[in-house]
Ligand binder design. Structure first.
Ligand SMILES: [Zn+2]
Length: 425
């Protein structure tokens, strides 16, 4: 009997499998007050966005809604493409930097990442580039989201950050007798080549390396360069040859210049960027990912984080310089892609970066472009995300007014859709 039931179940399963592909993809029509064309800043009034399956099929004020389509009424709202954050650390959280990190397993961090991925998606960020995680926890998180196991943004993940021994992405908190090396550490041309290949082998979509020291780490200085030029060229050449882009953590000076000359796709932070760095980045069209709001949050909240005093002293010295130099770079026209370094401050506050970018000299539209058209280009995904256009993924958000007049509306997202599925309404 059991076997017969099994056979019956198999027949039903086969029928389902046969029938399913013949069904048409779900059709959804969103009625909106306005859709923002993020390329031009033009508003398309009283528009319909027609979605078939996970992609946008048509958009316009004369689009007819097919019978049987599910209609979503956003007729008081402005629709924009889902936002892109080019610099997150979903598997980390504030206050777990420094020595506390060593007591947390990568499995635990993957689950922390699951929580933060949901929060980030609800904040309107439908894609992130996650640049730095431990134990490939970001790769596990990306795969779980792609499999539909947990909600979250699309993730381009780097795996471990490549670093010199004792550099920003090594672990420098323990004395020698407890020696431990972070998994992205490599020294010398051959070793960085092997490390780049290894990181890709275990799932990295992008390579992140530290071209200078950093702030929230011990024993390194953000003004010192880290890898040699030969090492940087090797990482970039190997990553590019294997179809991966490269993000370089660089605060300034020689490390920043060498990374740009080595051909990286983006410079992260750029705290001490000078006129020479600005000139080089403009010439080579290297994106700057300024992560600025974190300075406001950190200087207000560092006392609650339990960080070592040396790190706090370093942050207090470095952070005020950041806004001044980055404002200059932005006003000189360096290409900018939006990034936050969320994890230094709580995930979900990512959109607070927009108002800071506007205070630094961008128009609200330009600030929105950093998190849409520009970031999609940096990620190499401008064929699928970054604008509300037919053929692109139906990754959409809606706000209650005109974000080209008040960019802080992006801190209060009313509606989020990812791949045609409503995740917040
Ligand atoms: Zn970072």
């Amino acid at each position: 009997m059991k076997i017969r039931h099994g056979c019956a179940a198999l027949v039903v399963l086969c029928l389902v499998l046969v029938v399913t592909p013949a069904q048409n993809p779900k059709v959804v029509a969103i009625k909106t007050a306005r859709v923002l064309d993020v390329r031009t800043g033009q508003m398309l009034n009283n528009a319909v966005v027609l979605i078939e399956g996970e992609r946008i099929a048509a958009i316009g004020s004369t689009v007819t809604i097919p019978s049987g389509a599910e209609v979503i009424d956003l007729s008081t709202m402005t629709v924009l493409p889902g936002l892109i954050d080019s610099h997150t650390h979903l598997t980390f959280a504030p206050g777990v930097g420094g020595p506390a990190m060593l007591g947390q397993s990568p499995s635990r961090q993957a689950l922390i990442g699951a929580k933060n991925a949901r929060i980030t998606l609800m904040a309107g960020f439908t894609t992130v580039r996650n640049v730095g995680a431990r134990g490939y926890s970001d790769i596990a998180l990306r795969d779980a989201i792609n499999a539909g196991d947990v909600p979250g943004p699309r993730i381009i993940a780097s795996g471990p950050t490549l670093s010199i021994t004792g550099g920003h992405a090594d672990e420098n908190f323990l004395p020698w007798e407890f020696r431990y090396q972070a998994e992205g550490v490599a020294d010398g041309v051959e070793s960085v080549m092997q490390k780049t290949r290894e990181t890709i082998k275990y799932g990295a979509d992008v390579i992140k390396f530290c071209a200078t020291g950093g702030v929230l780490s011990l024993g390194d200085d953000p003004r010192h360069s880290a890898f040699t030029f030969e090492e940087m060229k090797t990482i970039v050449a190997e990553a590019h040859r294997l179809g991966r882009k490269v993000a370089a953590h660089a605060h300034g000076g020689e490390g920043l210049r060498l990374a740009v000359l080595a051909g990286v796709d983006s410079i992260e932070h750029g705290t001490y960027i000078d006129d020479e760095g600005i000139k080089l980045m403009k010439e080579k069209r290297t994106y700057l990912v300024p992560t600025v709001y974190l300075t406001d949050w950190f200087l207000e909240n560092y006392e609650k984080l339990g960080l070592p005093p040396q790190i706090i002293a370093k942050a207090k010295e470095v952070m005020p310089a950041m806004k001044k130099n980055l404002t200059h770079a932005i006003q000189q026209g360096v290409p900018v892609a939006f990034g936050t370094d969320s994890a230094v401050y709580p995930h979900g506050l990512n959109a607070r970066e927009f108002a800071v970018l506007v205070r630094m000299g961008l128009t609200p539209l330009q600030a929105i472009q950093t998190a849409t058209v520009n970031a999609s280009k940096l990620l190499g995904w401008d064929d699928r995300i970054g604008a509300v256009e037919a053929g692109k993924f139906a990754d959409l958000i809606a706000v209650g007014g005109d974000p080209t007049k008040d960019v802080t509306l992006l801190e209060r997202i009313k509606f989020v859709m990812k791949g045609g599925v409503v995740v917040k309404k």
